[in-house]
Design a protein around this ligand. Structure first.
Ligand SMILES: [Zn+2]
Length: 409
């Protein structure tokens, strides 16, 4: 267990925050610091064909140790952390034998991680938790995933009695800014399927995510001196509010859960002359997703008709799709993960992701890729924590999936 703690801490103490405003890959130079370290570590534990490309995508191979043909499977994690909260100077704290009470992260600043607010903590009573010092995020998203994959590969190398086929490992930059899969060379990776180790609590297994689109509505107004504006001024901000109110009031993130989709207005910038509304559209169901986009088009058309001019301009762009469509035809890849968890006494929590993962993009790039828990909670903020026991269990899940995949052939 100390081995896992040491490895995890050696990763989270390297700042790898990504930057959505950068056009380079990786988006920040500092991501190379951890990437280069990971390359050396993969070589040191005995992985084959360890490569890093110009964009810092890392790949490595664990050769098969059986004579028969086995599908090649992969495990993928990302080494960047979210720009939502600082990842510089992470000072992890280790809480052994957690007593189920408040954890004072930072006495000076009075920052407390409390089970009164974060009830999930209670299921880890008696376990070892790694937390922040309250001033940074932790980076368990997704350095827990990297710790798990490296540790599992090391374990399989040291235990040749566990039989497995070819295992591929992939570590990516820039997942947190939605670009982790963009430059992933699926062909070079060469796996039949893969798993991202990027979920949250122990047991999570996910193969459904949102279909996603972004919409920009530009509303044109007409500016005239307000004292002489009668019959002439068009105030784009009032028109924009008509658009907002024409969409279903309860189909918003704050009113939806489970499989319920939504329209989310996340930005308004307005003056009399022009107002720009920015939305994201989300739905697990493909038909409902298309219907949402069609509704926005209809509202635009109706309002332009009502105001007898082209006041509203709508631009919709698809962002990613539900991986379910690509995973369902190869459902055995989810079944194997589920079976692995059950064999280890872990209760699988199969539920739809209300977001996207790198795996959803990879699935559409030809690499079906469900998501498995990495163990952490409260991602992207100061209350992030991870139980070491969950990391250990994820290591075991990886090894068991490798074993089951070879057994089934
Ligand atoms: Zn992540």
């Amino acid at each position: 267990m100390q081995h896992i703690i040491d490895r995890f801490i050696s990763y989270v103490t390297i700042d790898t925050e990504s930057d959505p405003n950068s056009n380079t890959t990786p988006s920040t130079k500092k991501q190379w610091d951890l990437a280069n370290k990971l390359v050396e570590e993969l070589k040191a534990i005995g992985m084959n064909d360890v490569t890093i490309d110009d964009n810092a995508y890392i790949m490595a191979t664990l050769p098969s140790n059986v004579d028969h043909d086995v599908p090649t499977i992969g495990f993928i994690s990302h080494f960047d952390t979210s720009p939502d909260f600082t990842g510089a100077n992470v000072k992890p704290q280790i809480i052994r034998d957690y007593n189920g009470k408040d954890i004072v992260l930072n006495p000076e600043k009075d920052i407390v991680l409390s089970p009164d607010y974060f009830e999930d903590l209670l299921q880890y009573k008696g376990q070892t938790l790694i937390t922040t010092d309250g001033t940074t995020l932790l980076g368990a998203d997704d350095k827990a995933g990297i710790t798990e994959i490296v540790t599992a590969m090391e374990y399989l190398i040291n235990h040749p009695e566990i039989k497995h086929g070819i295992i591929k490992v992939g570590f990516t930059p820039d997942e947190e800014i939605g670009r982790g899969a963009h430059k992933f060379d699926v062909k070079k990776f060469g796996a039949d399927w893969a798993y991202t180790m990027d979920g949250s609590q122990i047991g999570e297994l996910e193969y459904e995510n949102f279909n996603a689109a972004g919409a920009t509505i530009t509303v044109k107004g007409k500016i005239v001196h307000p004292g002489y504006a009668k019959g002439k001024m068009i105030n784009s901000m009032y028109y924009a509010s008509e658009f907002i109110n024409a969409l279903p009031n309860l189909e918003k993130p704050e009113h939806t859960e489970g499989y319920e989709g939504f329209f989310h207005l996340y930005s308004i910038e307005g003056k009399v002359e022009e107002t720009v509304l920015k939305y994201i559209i989300r739905d697990h169901d493909k038909d409902k997703f298309e219907a949402r986009k069609a509704l926005m088009e209809k509202v635009t058309l109706d309002l332009n008709t009502k105001f007898e001019s082209e006041v509203f301009d709508l631009d919709i762009k698809d962002q990613y799709y539900n991986m379910k469509e690509k995973v369902e035809p190869v459902m055995h890849i989810v079944d194997i993960a589920e079976e692995a968890m059950k064999a280890l006494g872990i209760k699988p929590l199969i539920k739809p992701i209300r977001g996207g993962t790198d795996g959803s993009q990879l699935s559409y790039m030809g690499l079906p890729c469900p998501n498995i828990f990495a163990g952490g909670h409260n991602f992207h903020g100061r209350y992030e924590y991870v139980p070491v026991e969950s990391i250990q269990k994820a290591v075991e899940v990886i090894c068991k999936i490798a074993e089951l995949t070879a057994l089934k052939q």
